[in-house]
Design a protein. Structure first.
Lengths: 334, 304
């Protein structure tokens, strides 16, 4: 894995982002104080269970929080120095696609069923490239070739339903990188693909990153993918990062009880177990969070101090964890 | 046994590429007839359309030709006038044929205008949401709640009688039906992933509506359109019957029913024939619309 230069200005800097949903049953804090920096060429993994706010973090960055219930209530998102939360709708449209782009989870539904693959790739290309239709078709074919779609020229004329899930997800990828964005958000791009196709797709993303130098935000719940794909990882629980670290330190020394529990529940092929360990209990409902640490009710180490939200403790350089266990107050008495 | 022979003959006809062989034509015709299409409505609709287009060629007489010599003929009394004549001696059949032209023209233009306006409002309202949606839908509610007959009376009083004003009166109220239905569809389509994907790519709202949402609501549009044709014809007939619009003497079905009203006992055919035609045509369009709805979009079955 190439070393990432973190000395320069970050490409994308998210500071204390808060995205809340105002629903009938109360305020849902989907994203509650997320901060991270993303440098050119870096891959950040955001890991967490369903409903922990991973996807909403992505939608917030793109300025596409579901309306009218959702609202970004706090924080700043700087992309190349520009605050996206202050940008006008037309500036945001400019940034989407050409600055920040995204691959969604389900390739079966993210292509319009009534248009050919070609016209959908060209739709994105046309926003930046003026020129005759033939030239755009050529560019579209080149893009399809770039995401390893065989016989791209003929595939341009195919409709989405004529292609397999893996091929469609490649097309979605082609559209996402069509205007060479500097940040690519991949929201569980392989969840709905077969295991064999998953690996191919992940390799493809890596290749794309190597050739374009794009930074990737990789949203997933699969720690195996994180280990292979990411440089840095943020573990998300109930709208907050509970642990942030580079990928190796995280796997060597998982510090937050939630991270540790996640790691334990990854199956190990070398060891025979009767039951795969799972995390007891359910993720908390986001409109009714406990006052302190949200993981405390499921945590085997929870003690009285967990009723207040833990500070951020630095485990090592660039490795932080939000857990009172790192303070001196935790006794191993129990 | 029969099925075996049938499949056998198909293989033979495949082998010889003669397109216009009698066997081929017969088998194609058979296929069409065996398809489960609503044949009665289709035939009635076809007759109306053909009459509307070729009225001058099909009508045996000039529908406005007054001939005192042949007045008040009952249907069948004189075979030169198969459906009889009215009290001025005008041929009933010719008037009915020309009436199809009037009805078709008025419905087509009024519905067309209504569809364009209504679909645009529905698309914008459904996609934009928020206050745009609220305002447009309140206007739509108002238009839907406003009786068409009343709208027609106001328009005719202000602008005078005439085909154009009947069309205007119908269009002014009918667009709301389109707006409502299309908006409902848009609300479903707009949250589909490919619309989101287009937004992620930075496609402008106008292009998203036009390229990604509109093609996905065309089915619904087609269904509403056919279902409303019947109602529009009925509306046009009602307006003509009430004397709001076409000048007396014009060939319009509603007008003919109105003219025969005073002679229901002595000359029953004057009102009965156009009345029957209206009923049949409206039913044909309704049945066809129902069939189309069930075929294209079974979801909608209970919502129109």
């Amino acid at each position: 894995m190439a070393k990432i230069d973190r000395s320069g200005e970050p490409l994308l800097s998210v500071q204390d982002l808060r995205t809340y949903f105002y629903t009938r049953s109360g305020v849902v804090k989907a994203v509650d104080g997320i901060s991270f920096d993303l440098h050119p060429g870096e891959t950040l993994g955001i890991v967490g269970e369903s409903g922990s706010g991973k996807s909403m973090t992505a939608w917030s960055i793109l300025g596409l929080v579901p309306q009218p219930a959702g609202k970004i209530v706090g924080g700043k998102i700087f992309f190349k120095g520009q605050d996206l939360l202050e940008a006008s709708p037309s500036e945001m449209r400019q940034i989407r696609g050409s600055g920040i782009s995204m691959v969604m989870q389900d390739p079966l539904t993210s292509l319009n069923p009534v248009f050919t693959i070609g016209s959908q790739v060209i739709e994105s290309l046309r926003m930046e490239n003026k020129g005759p239709a033939a030239k755009l078709r050529e560019m579209a074919a080149a893009l399809l070739a770039k995401v390893s779609i065989p016989s791209p020229e003929t595939r341009l004329h195919a409709y989405p339903h004529e292609m397999s899930g893996g091929m469609r997800q490649r097309v979605v990828g082609a559209i996402a990188i069509s205007r060479s964005p500097s940040v690519l958000i991949a929201d569980e791009p392989t969840t709905s693909l077969d295991a064999t196709v998953q690996l191919q797709y992940l390799k493809l993303l890596k290749e794309i990153q190597e050739t374009t130098g794009a930074a990737i935000i990789f949203i997933t719940h699969d720690l195996g993918i994180v280990a292979n794909m990411c440089d840095r990882v943020g573990v998300m629980y109930a709208g907050k990062f509970v642990e942030q670290a580079d990928v190796l330190p995280l796997f060597d020394n998982p510090s937050h009880p939630y991270t540790q529990a996640l790691m334990r529940s990854v199956p190990d092929l070398e060891v025979d177990v009767a039951h795969l360990p799972s995390i007891e209990g359910q993720p908390p409902s986001l409109d009714d969070l406990p006052p302190g640490c949200a993981f405390a009710p499921r945590c085997e180490h929870a003690f009285d101090k967990c009723d207040t939200y833990p500070d951020t403790f630095t485990i090592a350089e660039g490795h932080t964890s939000n857990c009172w266990r790192h303070s001196g107050d935790y006794s191993v008495a129990d | 046994m029969a099925t075996f022979e049938e499949s056998g003959s198909e293989i033979v006809s495949d082998a010889e590429p003669k397109l216009l062989s009698i066997k081929n034509i017969a088998s194609t015709a058979g296929k069409i007839l065996r398809a489960r299409l609503p044949w009665a409505p289709i035939i009635i609709m076809a007759v109306v359309v053909i009459c509307a287009i070729f009225a001058p060629l099909l009508a045996p007489h000039d529908p406005t030709d007054i001939d005192i010599g042949v007045r008040k003929l009952a249907p069948g009394e004189n075979w030169s006038y198969p459906l009889g004549t009215d009290r001025l001696g005008r041929d009933m059949l010719s008037r009915l044929i020309y009436g199809a032209r009037t009805s078709a023209f008025i419905s087509l233009v009024a519905l067309g205008a209504g569809a364009v306006v209504g679909t645009t409002v529905g698309l914008v309202s459904g996609y934009a949401g928020k206050w745009t949606d609220t305002i447009l839908m309140r206007i739509t509610d108002a238009a839907m709640g406003f009786p068409t007959i009343l709208a027609a009376m106001i328009i005719v009083t202000i602008l005078g009688a005439g085909i154009a004003n009947i069309i205007l009166a119908i269009a002014v109220t009918v667009w709301a039906r389109f707006a409502r239905m299309i908006r409902g569809e848009v609300l479903q389509v707009r949250n589909r992933d490919f619309v989101l994907a287009a937004r992620i790519t930075g496609v402008s709202p106008v292009m998203i509506i036009w390229r990604h949402i509109f093609p996905n609501v065309i089915n619904t549009l087609l269904i509403i359109l056919t279902l409303l044709v019947g109602q529009t014809i009925l509306l046009e007939a009602s307006l003509s019957f009430l004397g709001l619009g076409l000048a007396p003497g014009a060939s319009a079905w509603g007008l003919m029913v109105a003219e025969g009203r005073d002679y229901l006992i002595s000359m029953w055919w004057l009102s009965l024939l156009p009345g029957l035609v209206i009923t049949m045509v409206v039913m044909a369009f309704n049945f066809f619309g129902d069939w189309l709805r069930d075929t294209l979009d079974p979801k909608l079955r209970r919502s129109i």
